[in-house]
Structures are given as structure tokens and as C-alpha cells.
Design a binder for this molecule. Structure first.
Ligand code: UDP
Length: 237
């Protein structure tokens, strides 16, 4: 595999072509943004941690029958992935109230739900990733009915698998965001990343935040939290 030209640079990752049209190289950066790009900063070592964590979790999910874009970790920051056409939906699963859910519905953070919830945002920076429902996603032709069913099934199965692994690390999985894509044959796979950038992870005992909320809310100890959460996962994988 030969790494080719950069084809995309996002907020936290760069993407490169390879000599194989069906494969790309993703390179994780230390750059952090929040509030739709309004807040910018650097979290030193984040790229290395997110690369390693996302790959470890996707390997685990693959073993449990969830298809992902993961192919091979190439280096500290770089991973070979399947080329996908991203379904322009942010798929958010929640076990406990926090963030925009708590704000939107005027409830406290930390309310444990009887059953997990799922919601979709339309991935569109210019519009600020507005919340949409499944009928809107169909009307906008963002995904087919069958694809939405597959995405929901995978998302809830991923939640169960992640809740379990994090519980063994003394960590509560509060909520997280997933992105899915279509590979060459049109089938749906998990894409993007699973990391402290995209999940809320609280220490089960102290409820201390071990995720990007430390950066979003200027809580300090951001790098330490990323290192702590990665260390716990590696001990329990
Ligand atoms: N999330 C994300 N990217 C986004 C928005 C949300 O990864 O653009 C993640 C976030 O880290 C959290 C979950 O999705 O784990 C739910 O986020 P929420 O809707 O509460 O939004 P926020 O409060 O982060 O704006």
C-alpha cells in the first residue's frame, strides 16, 4: 500500500488516498474544536490516543459482528480504512442525560434513562448540524429506509458492547456519536471514530468527566483525562 495525496482535512483528521481506490489512510491530529468550530485548541497527544482507542474498539466490534471501516493500524497516528461514502447523519445514542439533551429539554445532567435513546443530526456545518427525524432523512434522501433500520440496529448493538467494556474499566458510557458509511457494494459499515472526542465517559464512582467535555467546558486536566481513559481501556481489553 502506498500513501498518496491528501484528499481532505477535517477538524480532527486528515485523509489521504492510497494506490488502492477502495482504501484510504486517516491521520489523527491533536487539534480540537467545539461548538461547531467556534472554540479551537490543541490537546497534546490526542491524535495518538484517539487513533489507538478507535481502532481497539472497532476491532472489538468487528469480533461481535458489527462491520466497520477499520483495516489496519499503520502507525501511532495513521490507520488504513475502507473508503466509504459517508451517510450525512450524526447518530447519537444516549444512556444518561447530558449536553444538548439536558439543555434542549431543560433537565439536569446525569438522569439515567430506562432505555437508551437514539437521535439523528443532519451533518451540515453551514446549518450547524440540525436535529432531524427519520422522515426528514428520507425526504432529504440522506439514507434509505433499510439503511436507517440497519444503522439503528448497529447503533444499539454498539451501545451494548461499549457500555460493557467501559463498565469493566470503571467508566460509565453516558452518550456518543457515530457515523456510518457505504462501502463499494453499498453495504453499511461503522466509520469515523469512537474516542473521548465523540463519547461522554464518566468515572463510575466519582462521575469525573474523562472526555472532551473537559476541553469544551474549560475544566482543565484535558490531556490527563485522555491518558487516563486510554490507560484504563488498555488494561481491560
Ligand atoms: N458529539 C460529537 N460530535 C458532534 C456533536 C456531538 O462527537 O458534533 C458527541 C458528544 O461528544 C457527545 C454526544 O455526541 O458524546 C452527544 O452530544 P450532544 O448532542 O449532547 O451535543 P454537545 O452537548 O456535545 O454539543
Amino acid at each position: 500500500m502506498v500513501k498518496g495525496v491528501q484528499i481532505y482535512e477535517g477538524k480532527a483528521k486528515k485523509v489521504f488516498a492510497t494506490d488502492d481506490p477502495e482504501r484510504l489512510v486517516v491521520s489523527y491530529k491533536d487539534d480540537a474544536t467545539a461548538f461547531n468550530g467556534l472554540k479551537k485548541g490543541t490537546i497534546e497527544g490526542k491524535g495518538v490516543i484517539n487513533n489507538r482507542m478507535s481502532n481497539a474498539l472497532m476491532r472489538m466490534l468487528e469480533k461481535q459482528g458489527i462491520p466497520t471501516h477499520f483495516e489496519k493500524e499503520l502507525s501511532e497516528r495513521e490507520t488504513l480504512v475502507k473508503r466509504v461514502e459517508i451517510v450525512p447523519l450524526e447518530v447519537i445514542v444516549r444512556n444518561i442525560s447530558a449536553g444538548s439533551f439536558a439543555q434542549r429539554y431543560g433537565v439536569a445532567e446525569g438522569i439515567v434513562f430506562d432505555a437508551p435513546t437514539i437521535e439523528f443530526s443532519y451533518k451540515n456545518d453551514a446549518l450547524g448540524d440540525p436535529l432531524i427525524n427519520e422522515y426528514h432523512a428520507l425526504a432529504l434522501k440522506l439514507a434509505s429506509k433499510e439503511e436507517l433500520e440497519t444503522i439503528k440496529e448497529y447503533a444499539f448493538r454498539i451501545n451494548e458492547a461499549l457500555k460493557k467494556i467501559w463498565l469493566s474499566c470503571g467508566v460509565t458510557l453516558v452518550d456518543f456519536k457515530l457515523e456510518f458509511g457505504r462501502i463499494f457494494d453499498g453495504s453499511i459499515v461503522l466509520a469515523d471514530e469512537i474516542s473521548p472526542d465523540t463519547c461522554r465517559l464518566w468515572d463510575s464512582e466519582t462521575k469525573e468527566k474523562l472526555d472532551k467535555d473537559r476541553f469544551r467546558r474549560d475544566l482543565g486536566g484535558v490531556e490527563e483525562a485522555y491518558r487516563e481513559i486510554m490507560g484504563r481501556l488498555e488494561k481491560n481489553l
